[in-house]
Design a protein around this ligand. Structure first.
Ligand code: ADP
Ligand code: MG
Length: 579
């Protein structure tokens, strides 16, 4: 318990020790094992950050709240504790809100804590400094939103926020801290007693035995079974149980983007290189912590084979997720650790290996696809194409499997996801459920702060533009982050021209031959410009060896890249008057 000051009591001459709202917030977080704050200082929370640092918390100051928020979300994903993002009122709050909504969408636990203006003035709309009813605005974008008005409620308010963020399906929580709350004083002893250490914040949720039996019966009868792991499975940190279940059952598996590495992508049972075949031809699919959203074509359509050809088993902590897009033949509701343990137990001693014909079909397809890809990855052309450059980075991660890979862009994302094999759980962080651009630098910062591991951030030049100023943050904290910009002079490509012939360039192109590496030098980091896969490999290896903040400008053929990467089908295009 932090004691702020001692004052003379007029009646007793005793000296009651006092604390205040600032210190109660800090003590409440620390009591619950939260030791890092990501944020941007300003009115009314500047002192909160200062005092948190004085009290031994790690306070990481960003240049823009959105990236502090993305960092908090990723901290939550990596640690199963809510990441904290601290912002100023109205504009800072709104900047953080994008990340709060993103965390909720991705099921990452985080708490956005924002200072806010005088309630009396805000509620009468009398025009206070940064006036905004932040609580009302945050509510629809997160799991829960709370406002604390009295210092004695800080303990319970922080406890509610933590439990709301991590229990059940994890997500974002908003905590409103009015300016008047923070300097409120109370006796330190009573303050200490008002704090709450959350007991069992994310209780195990055991699946019903009958749901497990139902699932196993369907799985046993499968001719062409498949397991799909999503980032919920990575989040659950049930790595050993998952591995045991996969290896004992012999089931082929796919891993969604941020689940890659849960089992090594090079695992013999991985069907990653035969993705479209197994999605189409499987007859039973076991989904583990993956939603049937757009990333899995909603579980229907051509990529899923004939309608009615599949039975789906779904393991998820959120009961409402079941039947969200298609019928779920066997819902297993519970936390992934408990569910997979129950399924593993249920395999018993004589679980049949999946039909040999199916396994052979998958192997043949894998071999074919891997051989095809190998040729493209060896290309040493100048200027580089995506495959040549990614071939080099693939080797880097193979040699450094405990490094964390951050990845965003359009083509840079789509191709890297398939090409760069991951070997360990929770090592791949990317654009997530929304496919949002700009998560890169915030994710990279949180990844190394939370794990102490080096980070390789592979960024499209467009994606980097959304968060590029945070390289100053990386340099300021001297973080072991190597950022590689795939610079093809524009969004998707750098070759579009203005069809009108007017003086403006096309909306999708950037300054030609920009040197992003020089930005890094401005902040004392290492900047390198590379034009070949060999140079790229050498520059990144050196950066990872040195741990120095580095930015590698990788010159990619401006004509390489397709519109919207692999999701061009989602981009409506005019058929009328296109020039
Ligand atoms: P991906 O994008 O990788 O397919 P999604 O974000 O769509 O993954 O799905 C993650 C799912 O995991 C969500 O439906 C969420 O409810 C679920 N989930 C998250 N944590 C757990 C957990 N500990 N136990 C069970 N399910 C979880
Ligand atoms: Mg580009």
């Amino acid at each position: 318990m932090t004691v702020v000051t001692k004052v003379e009591s007029p009646t007793t001459n005793a000296q009651p020790e006092l604390t205040d709202g600032f210190h109660l917030v800090i003590d409440a977080l620390k009591l619950n094992g939260i030791n890092t704050i990501y944020g941007v200082p300003g009115i009314p929370i500047t002192d909160l950050g200062r005092m948190a640092q004085a009290e031994g918390m790690r306070v990481i100051s960003f240049r823009h709240e959105q990236h502090a928020g993305y960092a908090a979300g990723i901290a939550g994903f990596l640690t199963k504790k809510p990441g904290i993002c601290l912002t100023v009122s109205a504009p800072g709050f709104l900047n953080g809100l994008t990340a709060l909504a993103n965390a909720t969408t991705n099921c990452f636990p985080m708490i956005l804590m924002s200072g806010s203006s005088e309630r009396e003035i805000v509620d009468l709309q009398q025009g206070d400094y940064e006036e905004m009813d932040q609580l009302a605005i945050a509510k629809p974008l997160c799991k829960a939103a709370f406002r604390i008005l009295h210092a004695e409620d800080i303990g319970i308010g922080v406890a509610r926020a933590i439990r709301a963020a991590v229990s059940g399906r994890p997500g974002g929580v908003y905590l409103d801290l009015p300016a008047k709350l923070l300097p409120q004083v109370m006796e330190a002893e009573a303050g200490g007693k008002s704090l709450v250490q959350v007991i069992d914040p994310a209780p195990a949720q055991i699946p019903s035995p009958s749901s497990v039996t139902r699932a196993l019966d369907i799985l046993k009868g499968a001719k062409r079974p498949l397991v799909i792991f999503g980032k919920g499975a990575a989040y659950a940190q049930a790595d050993d149980e998952i591995r045991a279940f996969v290896e004992k059952s012999g089931l082929p598996f796919l891993q969604m983007s941020m689940a890659k590495g849960l089992l090594p992508d090079v695992h013999p049972q991985s069907a990653g290189a035969a993705r479209s075949t197994v999605l189409k031809d499987s007859d039973v699919v076991l989904l583990v912590g993956a939603r049937l959203n757009w990333l899995l074509s909603h579980g229907k359509g051509k990529s899923w084979g004939e309608p009615g050809s599949k039975k789906i088993i779904q393991v998820d902590i959120e009961p409402k997720e079941m039947d969200s897009n298609v019928e779920i033949a066997a819902p297993v509701v519970g936390d992934i650790g408990s569910c997979i343990s129950a399924l593993l137990d249920g395999l018993g001693e004589n679980w049949p290996t999946p039909p040999a014909e199916w396994i052979e079909q998958i192997s043949a397809k894998k071999e074919q696809n891997i051989a095809k890809m190998a040729l493209r990855l060896k290309k040493n052309s100048v200027p580089m194409d995506f495959h040549g450059a990614l071939g080099a980075l693939r080797t880097i991660i193979k040699e450094r499997p405990d490094a964390i890979l951050v990845n965003e862009g359009a083509n840079t994302l789509d191709l890297a996801r398939g090409i760069i094999d991951m070997y360990q759980p929770r090592k791949r962080l990317d654009v997530g459920t929304w496919g949002v651009m700009g998560i890169g630098m915030g994710s990279a910062i949180a990844a190394t702060i939370e794990t102490g591991k080096p980070v390789l951030a592979v960024e499209g030049d467009s994606a980097f533009g959304f968060c590029g100023m945070e390289i100053e943050t990386i340099c300021r904290y001297n973080l072991p982050v190597c950022t590689v910009i795939f610079n093809n002079n524009g969004i998707y490509r750098g070759t579009d021209v203005n069809p009108s012939g007017g003086p403006d360039v096309a909306p999708t192109v950037f300054v030609k031959d920009a040197r992003y590496d020089k930005m890094m030098e401005a902040f004392g980091g290492v900047g390198v410009n590379v034009t070949t896969p060999d140079e790229l490999y050498r520059a990144v290896s050196a950066a990872m060896d040195s741990g120095k903040p580095t930015l590698v400008n990788a010159v990619i053929d401006a004509a390489a890249g397709t519109e919207s990467g692999r999701i061009g089908n989602l981009n409506p295009q005019s058929v009328v008057g296109k020039k």
